[in-house]
Design a protein around this ligand. Structure first.
Ligand SMILES: *[C@@H]1O[C@H](CO)[C@@H](O)[C@H](O)[C@H]1NC(C)=O
Ligand SMILES: *[C@@H]1O[C@H](CO)[C@@H](O)[C@H](O)[C@H]1NC(C)=O
Ligand SMILES: *[C@@H]1O[C@H](CO)[C@@H](O)[C@H](O)[C@H]1NC(C)=O
Length: 540
């Protein structure tokens, strides 16, 4: 509930501050908005379609999670007295990927972009949860240039990453899931404050990719998030993915403790000591949980907690159903695995390494190392994708796509056949930018990689800054994709009645219908069904 009705101030800029703004080449001073914590001053920006809009960046939604608050649930943010400057990008959360100019443990900030502050009818809100394996990424850097043209309010957030966000001792000393609890805190902030920015607090769509997509799925399952949103979009990630499912945290917490010279037990001593370790040392220690390149895909994961006021996840998602009947738009990209196999094009020795050591590496990459049939499963996977030949780049791309993404997406959709209105897609448009280049040096075109769809939702991407002119076809795709996504955010249906295209809700049978989003938009049936059935048949 908003504490007081939000008030908006347009300050008459003083001659001096106007002068300063002109001298520094900035837009004249932006308007001031009253949030529950205090006043914030935003800045003007221009959308792709040439529309003037407002951005408010670096807004605190929790107390800085530092010192004694490290490894604790987010606390309500402190109020302030003066006008807070919200015109510049804030810090990114500590990570081993260097994505931002400023990195700080004090990083629980969000950004709000709005077409206007006082619309006749409040705008639907789209709440973006970034990907990055729960160890990297940032909300800042995703730009609203396309979405704002579709009359929505965009919120992007940071949340704690790596050990700071996901370390757990599986008990009250360090219950874990802090990164997910941060997301809940940010959603609560939106509920209380977004009306002051022209957004509808009762019409919030979560969207995210990779672990952000899995997070959105987790929020559908966690009662801690109930009532804070009413639609969800999961782009290439689900809570049931082998890399997103919860696992006990204590083993990893102990490994990290030993690495940084802390006692590995009892857990109270472990946590007390880790609270005193310098952040960069703690963050770097997570690197040591990676066994090979992208395996395991998430170094630290959510954990099942004992039920309490404060818990986020009380059971494995396999045993949970959505807490509310929420329209869900979910899908994958056509060559997800290319985000990793791009590296194999450049560095053939990596592919050879995976080939030679498949008995050891496949079980780690695809999370069946505890299966007594691990050796047999590896053999079957090799056989299915490569017959008795050496590994290839494209075969590996499909293998990784299915083992990490397509298989569990299909399974998740089928699991809620009685509760959800679900819209399923395959994104298969390859444009100028692709995440398949992220580990490669040059341009490799081996398909539409994990994360590629975000290039058509945001006018900038923190992983790969967009510079220079975009091909007209890419702009067309951005228009198409943002229309589907925002129509879904507005109505719960990506192709509402007046749309000539009809993207049907999934109906359940052996083959599921989906929308293929490529150069053309086509409704099809049975996405990668043979490949998915193969993974199901492995039964691990
Ligand atoms: C982790 O491993 C790297 C090498 O893989 C090493 O340089 C580093 O010191 C290790 N420990 C920590 C605490 O990061
Ligand atoms: C691999 O896949 C890409 C993209 O789908 C295709 O252009 C290329 O011809 C394929 N390479 C081989 C050797 O099949
Ligand atoms: C939904 O899935 C369950 C479990 O697989 C199955 O028993 C049921 O028949 C399905 N319902 C529909 C409507 O397909």
């Amino acid at each position: 509930m908003p504490a007081a009705s939000p008030t908006l101030f347009f300050f008459a800029a003083s001659a001096a501050s106007l002068m300063l703004a002109f001298l520094s080449g900035d837009d004249p001073v932006g308007p001031v908005v009253r949030t529950k914590q205090g006043l914030v001053r935003g800045a003007f920006d221009t959308s792709y379609g040439g529309r003037k809009f407002l951005g408010f960046q670096n807004l605190p939604y929790a107390k800085p999670p530092v010192g004694q608050l490290r490894f604790r649930s987010p606390q309500a943010p402190d109020p302030w007295v003066d006008i807070r400057d919200a015109t510049a990008q804030g810090p990114v959360c500590p990570q081993n990927n260097k994505l931002g100019p400023k990195e700080s443990e004090d990083c629980l900030y969000l950004n709000v972009f709005t077409p206007e502050l006082k619309p006749e009818k409040l705008f639907p809100v789209m709440f973006w949860i970034h990907g990055g394996g729960w160890v990297s990424g940032t909300g800042a850097g995703y730009k609203a240039g396309y979405l704002i043209d579709k009359n929505v309010v965009l919120v992007t957030i940071n949340y704690r990453l790596g050990p700071l966000g996901f370390l757990s001792t599986d008990d009250e000393n360090c219950p874990g899931n802090f990164g997910l609890k941060d997301q809940v805190a940010a959603l609560k902030w939106v509920k209380e404050n977004i009306e002051a920015f022209g957004g509808d607090p009762d019409d919030v769509t979560l969207f995210g990719n990779s672990v952000g997509a899995a997070s959105a799925h987790y929020h559908m399952l966690s009662t801690a998030s109930k009532g804070l949103f009413n639609k969800a979009i999961s782009e290439s990630g689900v809570a049931l993915a082998t890399w997103a499912r919860p696992e006990p945290g204590l083993d990893n917490a102990r490994k990290i403790a030993v690495l940084v010279g802390c006692p590995s037990e009892p857990s109270a001593a472990l946590v007390k000591c880790l609270r005193g370790v310098d952040e960069p040392i703690l963050t770097a220690a997570a690197l040591n949980l990676t066994k090979w390149f992208f395996c395991p895909m998430a170094q630290l994961r959510p954990v099942v907690e004992k039920k309490s006021e404060d818990s986020f996840l009380s059971d494995d998602p396999l045993n949970l159903k959505p807490h509310s009947s929420i329209p869900w738009l979910v899908g994958v990209n056509s060559e997800e695995g290319a985000v990793f196999t791009g590296a194999f094009v450049e560095y053939n020795t990596m592919l050879q390494d995976l080939d030679r050591n498949s008995d050891k590496l496949f079980p780690i990459c695809f999370a069946y190392q505890t299966s007594p049939r691990a050796k047999l499963i590896t053999e079957r996977i090799r056989n299915f994708y490569f017959s008795s030949n050496p590994l290839t780049v494209n075969g590996s791309t499909n293998m990784i796509s299915d083992g990490l993404f397509t298989w569990k997406t299909d399974e998740s959709i089928r699991r809620y056949n009685d509760t959800q209105a679900t819209y399923y897609y395959l994104f298969s448009y390859r444009g100028k930018y692709s995440m398949s280049d992220i580990y490669a040096i040059g341009d490799v075109n081996i398909g539409v990689a994990h994360g590629d769809e975000a290039f058509y939702l945001f006018s900038n991407n923190p992983y790969m800054p967009i510079t220079g002119e975009l091909p007209a076809k890419d702009i067309e795709m951005a228009k198409k994709l943002t229309k589907l996504w925002t129509d879904f955010a507005k109505t719960g249906n990506p192709t509402p009645d007046n749309d000539p295209l009809h993207w049907p809700q999934v109906t359940f049978g052996r083959e599921l219908q989906y929308l293929r989003i490529g150069e053309k938009l086509e409704v099809k049936k049975g996405l990668f069904q043979k490949r998915i059935d193969f993974w199901k048949s492995l039964r691990f």
